[in-house]
Design a binder for this molecule. Structure first.
Ligand code: HEC
Ligand code: HEC
Ligand code: HEC
Length: 351
């Protein structure tokens, strides 16, 4: 995703006054340490004038060798992401869960030592949920931020070219995405293919890279993703992210199953954070990092949770893999049924 600093600035949206609740599964080794840590107190007033300082309230739920931690935070956010493809993912996935890319870019010319200090401050004072081992790669990226931005400034994702790929495929052999996902990204009522419409470009592009690398294995999608160039990936992701498509009318699901799913989605359990904790109210998503589930097909949601259980989907090892493995078949069927209908016009009929 090639976005220049300038573009990020212009596109920055303020979302004030909303509480973002995020959570992450952390390995027991440093879960213990962070659970014991004193409540976060920012060491000094933050220089960022755009947002009032906040002390994130952190809570932990432990069980089965892992700890899920959630952090309440209230900062400006936006859907912009850092450029640089896979290299930027550590930053995109770990930094943008709390605040906008613009907030980091305001500091784009810090020294290595200063970035080191910033990242450690995020982790220690603000309880950013990443492991100490991830810090060096993040600092490397941040130190080079200016040159990465300069290199990527030349190209913006081209959603119109994305639409051409969706309709016609590519000369390198990718078939038209519309064959399975429909031109508007709603796929079809079979639920065999996920809905892509309106999902964040960052998430969609990340999944395509994961299909190509095999981090997410799919007999259908992996060869298709390998036939896409990095520019194709950015373009097609930008296209689907921008589509506002209706929900297809689906058969009313079993009311008892939906009710059980709603409980899991909203309340969770003793060893598990509820899904909406990360996926947003009613599964509406927390872009750019966390996909929406609202309106996603039950068949696909159940299928992909099983892929995590079976080890065919290896992205999100610290969050979704842990969470999927805590769900039994009935619970999977229940959350899947709940999210499929959550925004549906037929919802009232199902109750
Ligand atoms: C758990 C939430 C969280 C995560 C994750 C997070 N931050 Fe922050 N960040 C904050 C808070 C809280 C502030 C302070 C905001 C304020 O004072 O207005 C902040 C402020 C900043 C600032 C402004 C300067 C400052 O020190 O206040 C920069 C730059 C920054 N973060 C960079 C990063 C980077 C880079 C990452 C990823 C390595 C990251 N943040 C991840 C919560 C987070
Ligand atoms: C032959 C059918 C088919 C075609 C053509 C196809 N897809 Fe897919 N797509 C699938 C299936 C099946 C899945 C679910 C795979 C899985 O989870 O293992 C999927 C999943 C995806 C996902 C993951 C979505 C999510 O919510 O995680 C993305 C992104 C995607 N496809 C993009 C594309 C793009 C872009 C194209 C065109 C270049 C395309 N697909 C063409 C069948 C197809
Ligand atoms: C700790 C935060 C967190 C919690 C809690 C959480 N998720 Fe997720 N979920 C994520 C993240 C992050 C991703 C994106 C993973 C990736 O990049 O592939 C995701 C992705 C997913 C996907 C894939 C969507 C797609 O289009 O392929 C499904 C399905 C899902 N989550 C279901 C659930 C359900 C059901 C629950 C509750 C039982 C839940 N999640 C709880 C963080 C969370």
């Amino acid at each position: 995703m090639a976005i220049s600093a300038d573009a990020i600035d212009r596109r920055r949206r303020r979302r004030r006054g909303c509480v973002i609740l995020l959570a992450i599964a952390i390995r027991a080794a440093w879960a213990g340490q962070s659970a014991l840590a004193a409540p976060p107190t920012p060491a000094q007033p933050a220089p960022a004038a755009e947002a009032p300082p906040v002390a994130p309230a952190s809570t932990t739920i432990a069980g089965g060798g892992t700890t899920l931690r959630s952090v309440h935070i209230n900062l400006p956010r936006s859907d912009s992401t850092f450029p640089g493809g896979a290299e930027a993912d550590a930053i995109n996935n770990n930094c943008l869960i709390c605040h906008s890319a613009g907030m980091v870019l305001d500091q784009a010319s810090l020294s290595r030592a200063a970035w080191q200090g910033e990242v450690e401050k995020m982790r220690n004072d603000f309880k950013a949920p990443f492991a100490a081992g991830d810090v060096p790669a993040m600092v490397d990226y941040l130190v080079n931020l200016k040159s990465v931005l300069a290199q990527s400034a030349g190209r913006q994702p081209d959603a119109r070219h994305g639409a051409v790929i969706v309709a016609q495929g590519t000369t390198a052999g990718a078939p038209p995405c519309a064959q399975c996902h429909a031109f508007n990204g709603v796929s079809d009522a079979s639920g065999a293919f996920p809905r892509l419409a309106g999902q964040s470009a960052h998430y969609l592009a990340g999944q395509l890279r994961d299909f190509a690398s095999g981090v997410r294995a799919s007999a259908l999608m992996s060869p298709i993703a390998r036939a896409l160039s990095p520019d194709d990936v950015a373009d097609v992701a930008a296209y689907f992210a921008g589509v506002n498509a209706p929900l297809l009318p689906l058969k009313a699901p079993d009311a008892a199953l939906v009710k059980r799913g709603e409980e899991l989605a909203k309340a969770g359990g003793p060893e598990r954070l509820h899904c909406d904790n990360c996926h947003g109210p009613g599964g509406s998503g927390e872009p750019p990092v966390i996909p929406y589930l609202a309106g996603q097909y039950a068949h696909y949601v159940a299928f992909t949770l099983q892929m995590w259980q079976l080890g065919f989907r290896k992205n999100s090892p610290d969050a979704m893999e842990v969470i999927a493995k805590k769900l039994d078949d009935q619970e999977i069927a229940a959350v899947a049924a709940y999210y499929q209908q959550v925004n549906s016009p037929l919802k009232a009929a199902a109750k």
